[in-house]
Design a protein around this ligand. Structure first.
Ligand code: GTP
Length: 282
């Protein structure tokens, strides 16, 4: 059955919603349950993007000193891809609306949800793009892949073929994105449907794939809600961290507070900028 009341976003080619499309208010207040003060941990250390206990020290420092540049005003694009009926829509709906629909309604093209977070005191927005898994809509959906900062590849923990197809989904998504800067997540869905023994078997294969494609592995159930919130918080935190680090890299040494030294070793006078270390920075 096709989703009848489907909301198709109007976007420009970069995938950002046009003004006319949205009643979307990017300044909507952050919900209390979307506040992150600590780095959420990975699910399995065998397949994690990193295993640090805390945010990168430069990120924590920049947030304390409000040196996060434009990060607080940006909207980061996250695309969700995978075979038809693996549960992409249900995953997004469980997190964004805390609902679950047991009836299958195919996604036609794409849909998206906005989620606002506050990370280390800085507002941060994610735009979650739900794409169609059905072959006949794939062509439309793939035009929305561009500009993603994170790619979530979903497979069904009870369907080994859907795991095998994840590499193709990733290859398609990477055609439109820079592989060196995008964060990858491999998510096994419908965990409630597998017995512990079945799950253990599937997890072994899934961890192997996650390691191969350098993705962080998660297993979730949108029906029970298991790991759904933890997973999206991790996506938000790691995307935020990557954004702040990129922003710091960009701003380089040209910061207010840089100390200017006069170097006169060779008898001539030169002005050299030497970076003043902010008090809390490593
Ligand atoms: N038991 C169980 N069923 C689920 C879960 N997640 C999704 N489903 C069911 O799986 C079916 C497909 O879910 P969708 O979220 O629509 O799948 P999709 O990947 O978005 O499908 P396409 O839009 O065609 O790409 C629906 O009948 C859901 O109720 C889950 O965690 N547990």
């Amino acid at each position: 059955m096709l989703r009848s009341n489907h909301r198709l976003p109007i976007t420009n080619l970069a995938g950002a919603p046009r003004k006319a499309a949205g009643k979307m208010n990017i300044l909507a207040p952050v919900r209390r349950d979307r506040v992150l003060a600590e780095l959420p941990q990975c699910l399995r250390k065998e397949a994690a993007l990193h295993m640090h206990k805390d945010f990168h020290p430069r990120v924590t420092c920049a947030c304390q000193e409000h040196r996060t540049g434009t990060v607080g005003f940006k909207i980061s694009k996250v695309i969700v891809v995978g075979d038809l009926s693996v549960g992409k829509t249900c995953l997004i709906n469980r997190f964004c609306k805390d609902t679950f629909d047991k009836n299958y309604k195919a996604t036609i093209g794409v849909d998206f949800e906005m989620e606002r977070f506050e990370v280390l005191g800085i507002p941060f927005s994610l735009q979650l793009w739900d794409t169609a898994g059905q072959e006949r809509f794939k062509c439309i959906a793939s035009t929305y892949y561009r500009g993603a900062q994170a790619i979530i590849i979903v497979f069904n923990l009870n369907d080994v073929a859907s795991l095998e197809h994840t590499k193709q989904w990733l290859a398609d998504a990477l055609k439109e994105n820079d592989p060196s800067s995008v964060l990858l997540f491999l998510v096994g869905s419908k965990k409630d449907l597998s017995t512990p023994a079945q799950y253990a078997l599937m997890e072994k294969d899934a961890l192997k794939v996650a390691q191969e494609i350098k993705a962080e592995y998660w297993a979730v159930s949108s029906l029970t809600g298991e790991n759904v919130r933890e997973f999206f918080f991790r996506v938000a935190a790691l995307t935020f961290e990557a954004n702040v680090l990129a922003e710091l890299e960009k701003s380089g040494a040209r910061r207010i507070g840089d100390v200017v030294r006069i170097n006169s070793d060779d008898g001539n006078l030169y002005l050299t900028a030497s970076k003043k270390k902010p008090t809390c920075c490593p």
